[in-house]
Design a protein around this ligand. Structure first.
Ligand SMILES: [Mn+2]
Length: 359
């Protein structure tokens, strides 16, 4: 288990590596090469420069979040092999740079979805929230503008304006891709990349869909225990695993996250741990990490990670905007640092209680 924070890179993130290093218990970052597009081959020099910058600050690159998948691969179009070749080259270069965990998702068209990036709470903090009625009323073609009007001027991970500029075409491309086809294309992708993951010992950590239900009529294949089980069944290779994202899975009250952690033992390669407060079956707002502030039992989640022997990178996930900080929505320093300290405290207590029991 390694405590990390997500870092978006110099020029993209309001938080410096120096500040991340000052967060108790945090020894690594997960980052990416911002400015690259899904489908690009990552330049060796750029990977090494990013790694050097992180290491010069006294931290470690614990993994990549994310190497995004080109739509041709998800759709299974004629160009997919070219883009899988590019993906493989990027993985080889990451492996050569001694980087061994890659987070990604297999979501159609959109990455995460929210209706409000700065919903005001009673204490004056702001959080990202999701109101299904609002989302259902939005023309998906305007979704990108809606989010960017609230982004404080920061780039939004997974919402590359370059890619989303052709949204109408993207929707048309996905027209014939149902959940079954998406899963089959996923299987094809895994079959091609697993040999390189074996060679360089790279753990692939697929991130579940966020939120855990269909949005804009697009297919969803990673929303609950059963679906994740069938995704894991696409390849028995242990390098094919999951990012356990409590905030994404936790949007659905039907998801018993501690039980899922046990069910996926050995196949969870990365953990995003945060809390949220549900209001009805398809509405929620993000919250502080504490169990008492949301509807997830963070102790039970950390205990399940401990008991199942999880040993990958973990990070606090989105935080609230507090104390006047202006940052990328969800990714300010202050509340994520509080989250990291809280999770580290739970981990210490769980570890020590287990040691006492063992005597
Ligand atoms: Mn996540």
């Amino acid at each position: 288990m390694e405590f990390t924070m997500r870092w978006f890179g110099t020029g993209y993130d309001s938080v410096s590596l120096e500040y991340i290093r000052q967060t108790p218990g945090v020894t690594g970052v997960v980052t990416t090469l911002y400015g690259t597009q899904p489908g690009d081959v990552w330049e060796k020099d750029a990977i090494l420069a990013m790694k050097r910058e992180v290491e010069d600050a006294g931290l470690r690159v614990a993994g990549i979040e994310s190497v995004n998948i080109h739509d041709a691969i998800k759709i299974g179009s004629a160009e997919r092999d070219k883009y899988i070749d590019n993906y493989i080259t990027t993985l080889e270069r990451l492996g050569e740079a001694d980087i061994h965990m890659v987070c990604y998702n297999f979501m159609a068209v959109f990455d995460w979805t929210r209706s409000d990036l700065a919903k005001k709470r009673a204490d004056g903090s702001t959080v990202m929230s999701y109101d299904h009625a609002v989302i259902s009323a939005i023309d998906p073609n305007n979704m990108s503008e809606t989010l960017y009007s609230q982004s404080n001027g920061f780039a939004l991970a997974g919402w590359e304006p370059e890619r989303l500029a052709g949204l109408k075409e993207l929707f048309a491309m996905y027209k014939d891709t149902d959940a079954e086809k998406l899963r089959e294309n996923f299987r094809y992708f895994l079959e091609r990349i697993m040999p390189v993951c074996d060679k360089y010992d790279i753990n692939m950590a697929m991130h579940p869909d966020d939120p855990a239900w269909p949005v804009f009529g697009l297919p969803r294949i990673a929303t609950d225990r059963e679906k994740l089980q069938s995704i894991l069944a696409l390849s028995d290779n242990p390098h094919h695993g999951l990012t356990l994202c409590t905030g994404s899975l936790g949007t659905s009250p039907a998801n018993d996250i501690p039980a899922m952690i046990h069910a996926f033992k050995g196949r969870i390669h990365f953990a995003h741990v945060r809390n949220l407060r549900r209001a009805g079956s398809h509405d929620f707002e993000e919250s502080a990490h504490l169990s008492s502030d949301g509807c997830l039992d963070m102790y039970a989640i950390m205990k399940a990670l401990y008991d199942s022997g999880f040993d990958g990178p973990i990070r606090p996930d989105h935080g609230r905007a507090i104390w006047g900080e202006v940052a990328m929505p969800g990714y300010g320093l202050y509340d994520r640092a509080l989250g990291a300290s809280y999770l580290a405290g739970l981990w210490e207590a769980i570890t020590k209680a287990a040691a006492v029991k063992a005597i």
